[in-house]
Design a protein around this ligand. Structure first.
Ligand SMILES: [Zn+2]
Length: 398
């Protein structure tokens, strides 16, 4: 692999991120990378050429939460706010109809992820229509993020961190600690991308499945709590002058035995939906010849060999063992924590997904151009296609 400053950049991002976020950075990156392997040949070369950048940008929506107050609700939808019994029959799928029934303010408060997925997919379609490489990469990465979020059960409930059931910290345990700890046991060989006739219906289907897993998500943790003492359940760490509490490795191991199959199922399902929506946007955008956007226009021999190796590993489910996941390539030890021995209930759980994550000062990465290939391209990056549009639409969603 070409040596770039990517690891450094990722390290900086890890610092900025801390422990919060959907799927953690690890999950979002992995979903994005695997989605590239599921694409048809007509799209794969382009996406593989830009895979590192796609993976990097797949966490951008979490990174901008601190600066953009409109960002947070885009990552979830609290279905049980609307009804504990069959909320999916009560919330209209169409945004306009949902606004009519519940008001835009209410939707904003309890999350807008299904509509944000649709809007990002539409932005991606437009980017393909414009043959705008930068916008294609940006919206592909962000689509991967929001779709990934929709696959996480805890993104569909007001009890998103277990905070209402005395299980605070469950969010990060489920979507960060388990995947990072057990990735080598998980299977990632999902289905090839398929055209999605109705993306809004599809994402609602994903959310309904996620919601269906909530009972187990909480109950299995409760089951372990019955046999594991509180002082074994948690680990406390001091970081930046704050004490945070997280579930211990012992708890994570026990929880993995209970819900690992579910976490894997969601982590494997997400890339298939992501690649399918990429494919759908490409077809809806007039199937532009992506090789014409590549410079050089085809994968080099070296790139082809590398891709072949990765595809084989992906099919054999050895990407993690072979250290081929870009998410594994972060700096070895980024977070400086002094772990202290587990203590009884004290301190706080790590900041969960909806709270503001304090951004620690991050050294500006000394990167001239982490993606030289993109910079060289002649693309319509400053037109009103991408950023402008999503902003306007984003405002409407408020
Ligand atoms: Zn998110």
């Amino acid at each position: 692999m070409k040596k770039t400053l990517l690891p450094l950049l990722l390290a900086a991002l890890m610092l900025a991120h801390g422990t919060a976020g959907a799927w953690g950075f690890f999950g979002h990156r992995t979903i994005t990378q695997v989605a590239v392997y599921e694409l048809p040949a007509a799209m794969q070369a382009f996406y593989y050429r830009h895979m590192a950048e796609l993976v990097r940008q797949s966490t951008a929506p979490d990174e901008r939460r601190n600066d953009d107050p409109t960002e947070a609700p885009k990552h979830f939808i609290d279905m049980d706010h609307y009804s504990e019994e069959n909320p999916f029959g009560k919330v209209p799928k169409q945004y306009d109809k949902a606004v009519e029934k519940f008001s835009a303010d209410t939707l904003k408060k309890y999350g807008t992820v299904p509509w944000v997925v649709l809007e990002t997919k539409d932005n991606l379609t437009e980017a393909f229509r414009q043959r705008d490489t930068l916008a294609i990469i940006k919206y592909s990465a962000e689509l991967s993020h929001y779709v990934g979020d929709a696959f996480v059960p805890l993104h569909t409930t007001i009890n998103y961190d277990g905070q209402l059931t005395d299980q605070k910290g469950l969010h990060s345990l489920w979507e960060s600690q388990l995947p990072e700890r057990f990735i080598a046991d998980y299977k990632l060989d999902g289905e090839p991308a398929k055209y999605v006739k109705n993306p809004l219906d599809a994402i609602w289907g994903v959310l309904q499945q996620s919601y269906g897993f909530l009972g187990e998500t909480f109950d299995r943790a409760t089951k372990i709590e019955k046999t594991m003492k509180p002082d074994v359940r948690f680990t406390f760490s001091h970081r930046y002058g704050k004490t945070t509490r997280r579930y211990s490795d012992a708890f994570a191991d026990a929880y993995e035995k209970e819900v690992g199959g579910m976490v894997d199922f969601r982590l494997k399902g997400a890339p298939t939906m992501v690649s399918s929506l990429w494919l759908t946007a490409w077809e809806d955008g007039g199937k532009p010849n992506l090789n014409e956007l590549m410079h050089p226009p085809k994968l080099t021999k070296e790139e082809k060999e590398k891709l072949a190796t990765e595809l084989t590993a992906w099919k054999k489910n050895t990407l993690a063992q072979d250290q081929l996941l870009l998410a594994q390539q972060k700096a070895k030890k980024v977070e400086v924590v002094d772990e202290i021995k587990p203590a009884k209930d004290m301190g706080q759980a790590p900041t969960a997904v909806r709270e503001t994550v304090p951004v620690e000062p991050v050294p500006a990465p000394a990167v001239d151009s982490p993606t030289p290939k993109i910079d060289k391209l002649k693309v319509k990056s400053k037109t009103a296609t991408g950023t402008e549009k999503i902003k306007q639409k984003g405002d409407e969603l408020k």
